[in-house]
Ligand binder design. Structure first.
Ligand SMILES: [Zn+2]
Length: 232
C-alpha cells in the first residue's frame, strides 16, 4: 500500500538532495524537513544517513507533537528544533539546517551578517540576525528545543517570512520558507550572502551598511505589494 505521505516525503527527499548539490554540507551534516500543515505532519531526514545513501522511504514522518507516524529510522537529532519553528512560525512549510562554511563562520563569531549590498536587500530587509549564546541551564535542559526557543526569542520583533534565516550563535544557520524548495533556496542564498559579507569585511572592516533607501527599494521591488521584479 503506498504511503499517505508519499508526496511529502518525496519533496523532503528532493530538498535534502540540494544540500550537497549546493555545497552546503559534507557527509551527514545538515537536515531539511517539509511540512504538511493541513495534516499537521512533517517529513524529516533520518539521523546520520549520508545524502547519497538516502532513499525516499528513509524519511521519517512525525506529527507536530514529535510522535513518529511513519518511518523505521530515527529522525534527525535536530527534529525538536524544526518542530518548535513550525509551531511558532505560521506560514512556513520547510526548515533547513546546515553548517555551511561562511554562515557558520559568522555564527561562530556570534555576529549578525551586515546588509552591505543589494544582493542581500533583494532577499531580506535587514542584517541576518544572530541569536544570543545559549545559557548553560538551557543546554542542560533540552538542547534542541532550546535551540528553537533561542530562534523564537530572536524573532520576537521580526517577521519570519520577511527574514527567513538566522544564525544560531556558536553553532550555524537555520533557514525556512513557505515551501521546502524555498527553504533550501534561502539556505543557499544565506551562504552566498555570508560569503559576500566576509569578503566585503576583509577588504574594508569599516565598510558601511547599505543606505536604508536602497534596502527598501530592493526589498520592495521583489517582495512589496507593487513588486515588479521577474516575470509575473
Ligand atoms: Zn547543527
Amino acid at each position: 500500500m503506498p504511503s499517505p505521505y508519499q508526496e511529502l516525503k518525496e519533496r523532503a527527499w528532493a530538498a535534502n538532495q540540494e544540500i550537497p548539490k549546493r555545497g552546503l554540507a559534507i557527509y551527514t551534516f545538515g537536515n531539511i524537513s517539509a511540512l504538511d500543515r493541513a495534516r499537521g505532519v512533517m517529513a524529516i531526514k533520518p539521523s546520520g544517513v549520508e545524502y547519497n545513501q538516502l532513499a525516499v522511504d528513509d524519511l521519517v514522518v512525525l506529527d507536530l507533537s514529535g510522535k513518529i507516524v511513519e518511518g523505521k529510522l530515527r529522525p534527525s537529532s535536530d527534529t525538536p528544533t524544526h518542530l518548535v519553528l513550525y509551531r511558532a512560525f505560521q506560514g512556513i512549510g520547510g526548515v533547513v539546517h546546515t553548517h555551511s562554511t561562511y554562515a557558520t563562520g559568522w555564527a561562530q563569531a556570534r555576529l549578525p551578517i551586515p546588509i552591505y549590498g543589494t544582493t542581500h536587500a533583494d532577499h531580506l530587509p535587514e542584517d541576518v540576525p544572530c541569536t544570543a549564546v545559549m545559557s548553560d541551564e538551557a543546554v542542560k535542559r533540552d538542547y534542541e528545543v532550546e535551540t528553537g526557543n533561542q530562534i523564537i526569542t530572536c524573532f520576537q520583533d521580526r517577521d519570519p517570512l520577511h527574514t527567513p534565516m538566522v544564525l544560531v550563535a556558536g553553532h550555524g544557520p537555520f533557514a525556512w520558507g513557505d515551501t521546502p524548495e524555498k527553504a533550501v533556496y534561502n539556505a543557499a542564498v544565506l551562504e552566498e550572502l555570508a560569503k559576500m559579507a566576509f569578503v566585503t569585511h576583509a577588504i574594508d572592516p569599516r565598510a558601511a551598511r547599505l543606505p536604508e533607501v536602497l534596502i527598501h527599494k530592493h526589498f520592495e521591488r521583489k517582495h512589496g505589494k507593487n513588486a515588479y521584479y521577474g516575470q509575473k
